[in-house]
Design a protein around this ligand. Structure first.
Ligand SMILES: Nc1nc2c(ncn2[C@@H]2O[C@H](COP(=O)(O)OP(=O)(O)OP(=O)(O)O)[C@@H](O)[C@H]2O)c(=O)[nH]1
Ligand SMILES: [Mg+2]
Length: 354
């Protein structure tokens, strides 16, 4: 799963990227034209719990890849254009950084400004595509159905929607149309979380502007959270222990980056199931609604092929009694078939004949 970080120039994208990756990724020089790419572990107390219990050879968290699009050097004209979002076209979701420093007075207009740019980029995408398939429409008989005419009809409909201010998210598409829609990778169709990047002295603030911003996001069904990217970055680059001490001294339990990563994972519709033992404690990523056989296939196609039954108990149940072994003794671990719908935090052992 790949998440793109977007935002107006100087909104704090790279600062947030550095916080998320905790300084493990070398940041490309400003103006290099290269995006910053890094893989981030999804914090998971359940994995921590089992790692402590089993002291395994290997501990593996779920992960998400983040891309911070290359900074565009201002050439004096418009900052945005056809390729401004090229680095984040192929992502599964967007984190939109909105600058609210030194104060939050511009937050709302910043949010709208970037959203307008996303929309413009999508419109441009439609126009480019129309130009490209125009040739293929020449010589086609009026009323004939060819892939080009089907696509063109869709493009016309999309163009119309844009011109009438109708968001793509509110439109319905047929299965055939969806194939085209997916290939366009529209930015305004991607799930999005808003990060309000507040000044260091505004963390946890209930200022009128921030409350209004929050309310707007709520009404628009946009996931939102507030953090100070600069502080997050400074904290993230400390060694674990120092970081914990620093946060504790400020009365904070967890850095905000953790909440953001978890929220992003949820927004992508992802959940984790866990396998735990001495060789490895591991979180595996599947989509919400997937079944035991899908889970088996995520581990290995052979395990899915040889699937017999899954032994399952949820982490919460295990935590209550203290261990998987104890849960088994108490009959809390259940045997499930292929169609069992896996829940977040399920601990699984898949019996299989290989
Ligand atoms: N005061 C304050 N400054 C910040 C904060 N976050 C970022 N900055 C500063 O704002 C400037 C721009 O931050 P970047 O992270 O480089 O912004 P960006 O969005 O990556 O910018 P471009 O890549 O040029 O589009 C830097 O000088 C940061 O130190 C913040 O939370 N508070
Ligand atoms: Mg940057």
């Amino acid at each position: 799963m790949i998440v793109g970080i977007v935002g107006l120039p100087s909104s704090g994208k790279t600062t947030l990227f550095r916080a998320l990756t905790r300084g493990t990724v070398k940041i490309n020089e400003y103006g290099s034209g290269k995006p910053n790419v890094g893989v981030v572990n999804v914090p998971d107390e359940r994995i921590d719990y089992f790692a402590k219990q089993y002291n395994p050879k290997k501990t593996t968290y779920a992960s998400i890849q983040f891309i911070d699009g290359a900074a565009k050097v201002d050439t004096g004209g418009a900052k945005f254009g056809a390729d401004f979002f090229a680095d984040v076209r192929r992502v599964d979701a967007l984190v939109h950084v909105v600058a609210a420093f030194p104060d939050a007075s511009q937050a709302m207009s910043n949010l709208h400004a970037l959203n307008d740019e996303l929309l413009l980029a999508d419109m441009q995408m439609v126009e480019n595509r129309m130009e490209r398939i125009e040739k293929q429409l020449h010589g086609v008989k009026k009323g004939a159905l060819t892939p080009a005419t089907i696509e063109n009809a869709l493009l016309e409909r999309l163009k119309d929607a844009f011109e009438n201010g109708k968001p793509l998210k509110s439109m319905d598409f047929s299965a055939d149309e969806m194939k085209f829609i997916n290939s366009y990778s529209f930015l305004t169709l991607k799930p999005m979380i808003i990060v309000l990047n507040v000044a260091e002295d505004m963390i946890g603030s209930e200022s009128e502007e921030i409350v209004a911003f929050r309310k707007y996001c709520e009404e628009e069904l946009l996931g939102e959270l507030e953090l100070c990217a600069e502080i997050e970055m400074e904290v993230a680059e400390l060694p674990d222990e120092e970081e914990a001490e620093f946060l504790a001294s400020m009365g904070i339990k967890e850095p905000a980056r953790n909440a953001l990563i978890k929220k992003t994972y949820e927004m992508l519709g992802l959940i984790s199931f866990i396998t735990a033992g001495e060789p490895e404690v591991r979180a595996w990523t599947i989509h919400k609604g997937e079944t035991a056989i899908d889970a088996a296939g995520t581990i290995h196609s052979d395990i899915a092929r040889g699937f017999i039954r899954a032994e399952v108990a949820n982490f919460k149940q295990i935590e209550e009694v203290g261990s998987w072994e104890e849960a088994k003794r108490q009959g809390i671990v259940t045997l499930q078939g292929k169609d069992y719908v896996v829940e977040d935090g399920d601990v699984m052992y898949i019996r299989n004949k290989v």
